[in-house]
Design a protein around this ligand. Sequence first.
Ligand code: SAH
Ligand code: DHB
Ligand code: MG
Length: 223
Amino acid sequence: MQDEWTAVDRYLTDLLVPADAALDEALEASAAAGLPPHHVSPNQGKLLGLLAGAVGARRILEIGTLGGYSTIWLARALPAGGRLVTLEANSDHADVALANLERAGLANVVELRVGPALETLPTLGAEGCDPFDLSFIDADKASSAEYFDWALRLSRPGSLILIDNVVRRGAVADPTTDDPSALGIRRLNQRMADEPRVSATAIQTVGSKGHDGFALALVGGRS
Ligand code: SAH
Ligand code: DHB
Ligand code: MG
C-alpha cells in the first residue's frame, strides 16, 4: 500500500507542486545535516500555504520548525509586512532552519525562537502581541493539547488552528494506547471537542508519509 500512496503523492506533486529551488534546497540541507525527515510533504506544504492565503493571514504562529520547510510554505503566503513566529526546541534544527530561511529570502519575515515551546509560548503571550491569524502545531505530539490551548489563547475569532499528525497510523483511535504521542493527540482531540470557542474537524490522510492526518479548528466557528 505504501508504494501506491507514494506513487500517487509523486503524481500529484509533479503535477501541482512545481519544483522550487529554495524548498528543494531546504530539504537537501536538512537531510545533509542529519535532521529527521519529519517535514510535511510538498502537497501538504502547499495546502498550508493555500489555507494561509485563503484566510488572509498576516500573522502566523508555528510550533515545531525543524529545518523550516513548512515555515517557508507558510511565510510565502504572507502579504508584505506579514510576520511568522516559529518555535523550535532543538538549536541544531534551528541553525539549519535559519540558513534555509535566509536562502529563501525570508530571514526578515520569520522570527525563530529557540527553546521548549511550553517555555517560549508564555513569553510570547506576556509580550501582548497582536493575535495570530493562523497557527500550525507540529512539535512533540505529547504536548499538542497544551499547544492548542496556547494557540487558542493567542488567536481571535476567525483564526485558524492547524495540527499535524493527528492519526499516527491509526494509534489515535485505540482507547487502550499507552503511546505518549497518541495519548497527547487523544487529549488534543477531546479538547477540541469540548471547547465551545472552536469548531474543529480532522482528516486522515495517506501518502508519502504513510497513514496520518491533520486537524483544523476555526476559532469562533459554529459547530
Ligand atoms: N513543521 C516542520 C516539522 C517539525 S518536526 C515541517 O513540516 O517542516 C517537529 C519539530 O518539533 C522538531 O524539530 C523538534 O525538535 C521540535 N520539537 C520537539 N519538541 C519540542 C518542544 N517541546 N518545543 C518546541 N519544539 C519542539
Ligand atoms: C513524524 C512526522 C511528523 O510530521 C512530525 O511532525 C513528527 C514526526 C514521524 O513520522 O515520526
Ligand atoms: Mg508533522
